[in-house]
Design a protein around this ligand. Structure first.
Ligand code: NAP
Ligand code: GDD
Length: 350
């Protein structure tokens, strides 16, 4: 068992929740950064929570926001982590076109605020940056660690900035800082407005007679979809290496949104073509057409390989929607809409 201390930003998100589980299993003391909101946002990690009045818990949560550099410094000083996993971000690509400045400030500059806090405090901690395959944009697949970036959204541009600032702090100040360039990874805990969860959820709801139609945008986009619990293991492996480096994490396969629809709907005995309608609000002003990751470096140097590929992932996600009521998975929303982010004001994304 480890006696290390980790700080996880974005602990209330999909990846943060799986990473917290993994680190706690390994014996870490885990500190999580949680931004204050008017209602609880800890649904994905409530099963890990222990009452601090009863014993000193292995999971400790702290209020803080990526916008607040001084708070981040204070927390780092207090926590003295051995490892920092920086997962927090405005992570929705479509939303980044509506909120480009906010996305730049959180997803981009948020990384600088953390790295600068590490530099200023002089802590010898290791740093993981949640970089993204979105940075490759239109560069043709397969994409690997030296493939050129061509970001296609404010989100991707912010992640590309964060990627380079991470490398810069490694080269300039010798900080043990790594980029995990993760391709899409999904799970039953995926946010409801990402396309895989939206599809799996709608398939189950339509099968139960709770909704009739699912509205989607571009069905031709292709993604390399893996299984999130396996991807957080790759994050941990990166920080265990003596030499900091950057790694692609992916399955090496690609499926279209149309393929994912077929996988989920057929799993519940439905023909998706009878239920799916086009809504142009879900198109992006500039799209990423095709992502396929080459993670041979991660296999070679980290010993990491995926076992769950997209067809099994679609089954896992659809079964989860069929079997357990949303509340058990920490979902706040039981709204009938298939995508609750876009409102009437977002009529014209282009
Ligand atoms: P997610 O579910 O959207 O979680 C994002 C987390 O960031 C949440 O905990 C969120 O808090 C937190 N956050 C957002 N803005 C914040 C702020 N201003 N201050 C503090 N915390 C803030 O994302 P994910 O899928 O777990 O992804 C984790 C990271 O990996 C993200 O950086 C994402 O961009 C990146 N990534 C994801 C994928 C993927 O396929 N999932 C692939 C490549 C890279 P709330 O719960 O309060 O919203
Ligand atoms: N969200 C969404 N909603 N996407 C749709 C829809 C829809 O109704 N209809 C079609 N799509 C298409 C999008 O245009 C995109 O091409 C594809 O489905 C996947 O969209 P998302 O699930 O929103 O994910 P993403 O690929 O844009 O971004 C995710 O993966 C990145 C890694 O490549 C996010 O998790 C990012 O944070 C992450 O970096």
């Amino acid at each position: 068992m480890s006696h290390k201390t980790a700080l996880v930003t974005g602990i209330t998100g999909q990846d943060g929740s799986y990473l917290a589980e993994l680190l706690l299993e390994k014996g870490y003391l885990v500190h999580g950064l949680v931004r204050r909101s008017s209602s609880f946002s800890t649904g994905r990690i409530d099963h890990l929570y222990q009452d601090p009045h009863e014993r000193a818990p292995a999971l400790r949560l702290h209020y803080g926001d990526l916008a607040d550099g001084s708070r981040i410094s204070t927390l780092l000083e207090a926590i003295q982590p051995d490892e920092v996993y920086h997962l927090a971000a405005q992570s929705h690509v479509r939303v980044s076109f509506d909120e480009p400045e906010f996305t730049g400030s959180t997803t981009g500059l948020g990384t600088t605020r953390l790295l600068e806090a590490i530099r200023m405090t002089g802590l010898p901690c290791r740093f993981y940056q949640a970089s993204s395959s979105e940075m490759y944009g239109t560069t043709p697949p397969p994409q690997h660690e030296s493939t050129p970036f061509h970001p296609r959204s404010p989100y991707a541009a912010a992640k590309t900035y964060a990627y380079w600032i991470t490398r810069n702090y490694r080269e300039a100040y010798g900080i043990h800082a790594v980029n995990g360039i993760l391709f899409n990874h999904e799970s039953p805990r995926r946010g409801e407005t990402f396309v895989t969860r939206k599809i799996a959820r709608a398939a189950a709801r339509i099968a139960r007679g709770e909704q009739q139609f699912l509205h989607l945008g571009n069905l031709e986009a292709r993604r390399d979809w893996g299984y999130a619990p396996e991807y957080v293991d790759a994050m941990w492996r990166m920080l265990q290496r003596e030499e900091p480096d950057d790694y692609v994490v992916a399955t090496g396969t690609s499926y279209s949104v149309r393929d994912f629809l077929t996988l989920c709907f057929e799993h519940v005995g439905l023909d998706w073509e009878r239920h799916v309608r086009f809504d142009e609000r879900y198109l992006r002003p500039s799209e990423v057409p095709d992502l396929i990751g080459d993670s041979s470096k991660a296999a070679r140097e980290l010993g990491w390989t995926p076992t769950v590929l997209t067809p099994e992932l679609a089954q896992i996600m659809t079964d989860a929607e069929v079997e357990s009521p949303p509340a058990l998975r920490g979902d706040v929303s039981t709204r009938p809409q298939e995508d609750s982010i876009l409102t009437a004001q977002d009529q014209s994304p282009r």
